[in-house]
Design a protein around this ligand. Structure first.
Ligand SMILES: C[S@@+](CC[C@H](N)C(=O)[O-])C[C@H]1O[C@@H](n2cnc3c(N)ncnc32)[C@H](O)[C@@H]1O
Ligand SMILES: [Mg+2]
Length: 372
């Protein structure tokens, strides 16, 4: 609801991009800057920000929390992996979890985060919830960075149709001085520093009004020690998990094995094709020469440039083509995936047909010869 409303404002004041997108972009920029691994979005609503953040490559754990389960469920399916994520698993691991609960309660699932975002959340908290909020977020969760955004009430006079608050569910809207004094006191209490900024510039000549959305970025001053200490005392869960997605990742052995097998077979096929084409140059059969040609040309060129030792050269023996594993391992993509030659051998064991001494991938071309 807030979002549509903001869009209406945007049409009149012409914030471009719309204000909510500027807020999300602000968070994204912060993620690019600090590269947190674990990010929690409190008051995540329809998961729009979480969806944007899942593309940030530093993030391995993403969590959302909202007191309203229905609003989270609306679009939570957009946080699920897509077929392409299974076809080409990413190098990083990524787990996305959504929790139903309140920022007024502590739950151990919120420990160990690097960045906690509270975008347009605090003004929706009841007085009693707002009182507990600093202890839960800064005292208990204690991430290295907290970002809090909230409307700047001084901007409201520039917004048409705003009577008391910008949204009927707002419990308060603060001036710059009010937000800054709350934020400075919170930072002091929990040993954080805080810097103020915002999104949505005021019109020229009205700079004193400040940003339409005011933002505080809090950075923890003390080093991380909390996680182990806090997890020593077992704690009851206060939130209910409503969604969990574990993305396929090459860190998971079964996806790595699949990727390596595919890459090994692909590489071996191309080398085999080069070898066969060379032999056919003498056989004067232009039709066969063009087989696979389009798809393999550039890669084939590359392989041709590889410095191939004598004992790494592929060869044909009778109806068998032998492609040494050492040659396949020297291809950068295979090399990067496996790390070591031993790992390559282990991952393809029993999955790819090898020569009797296990040193080469083997294809039987008896059938192909028959076609001729
Ligand atoms: C204005 S929306 C902000 C949504 C989102 N952060 C964004 O910027 O698009 C505020 C959200 O805070 C949630 N909320 C309100 N009180 C809460 C509480 N005590 N704990 C967690 N979430 C709460 C509401 O359900 C709502 O989804
Ligand atoms: Mg709001």
């Amino acid at each position: 609801m807030d979002k549509n409303f903001q869009e209406e404002i945007t049409q009149i004041i012409k914030f471009e991009p719309p204000l909510y997108k500027q807020r999300y972009q602000f968070v994204k920029d912060l993620v690019e800057k600090y590269k947190p691994k674990k990010v929690a979005d409190l008051g995540c609503a329809d998961c729009s920000l979480l969806w944007m953040l899942k593309f940030c490559s530093s993030i391995e754990v993403l969590a959302g929390l909202d007191v309203c389960a229905d609003v989270m469920k609306e679009k939570m399916h957009t946080l699920s992996p897509l077929p392409v994520d299974y076809l080409q698993p990413s190098e990083r691991s990524l787990t996305v979890t959504l929790h139903h609960g309140s920022v007024a309660h502590k739950d151990p699932c919120m420990l160990g985060f690097d960045l906690v975002t509270c975008i347009e959340l605090i003004e929706h908290l009841e007085e009693s919830e707002l009182k507990k909020f600093p202890e839960v977020v800064f005292g208990f969760m204690a991430p290295s960075i907290v970002v809090i955004s909230t409307p700047n009430s001084e901007f409201n006079s520039l917004l048409p149709r705003v009577m008391l608050y910008r949204h009927p569910d707002h419990k308060f809207e603060w001036s710059q001085a009010q937000f800054q004094s709350w934020a400075l006191e919170t930072a002091r209490c929990y040993d954080y520093s805080v810097e103020f900024t915002g999104v949505g510039h005021p019109p020229a000549g009205m700079e004193k009004v400040g940003f339409c959305t005011q933002i505080g970025v809090f950075v923890r001053k003390y080093p991380q020690t909390g996680e182990s200490v806090q997890s020593e005392k077992p704690m009851e869960a206060a939130y209910k998990t409503v969604f969990k997605a574990v993305y396929p990742s090459l860190k998971d052995e079964k996806y790595l094995q699949n990727a390596v097998i595919n890459e090994v077979i692909f590489t071996a096929q191309i080398i085999k094709h080069r070898l066969m084409s060379k032999r056919e140059e003498y056989s004067d059969d232009p039709e066969r020469k063009s087989k696979f040609q389009a798809s393999v040309d550039s890669f084939s060129d590359y392989l041709g440039k590889l410095v191939v030792e004598k004992n790494m050269e592929p060869f044909v023996s009778g109806n068998e083509v032998h492609i040494p594993l050492k040659t396949i391992f020297s291809v950068p993509k295979v090399n990067r995936l496996c790390g070591t030659f031993e790992k390559l051998c282990k991952l393809i064991e029993g999955k790819v047909t090898l020569s009797s001494d296990g040193s080469a991938v083997m294809f039987n071309i008896e059938h192909e010869n028959e076609e001729n």
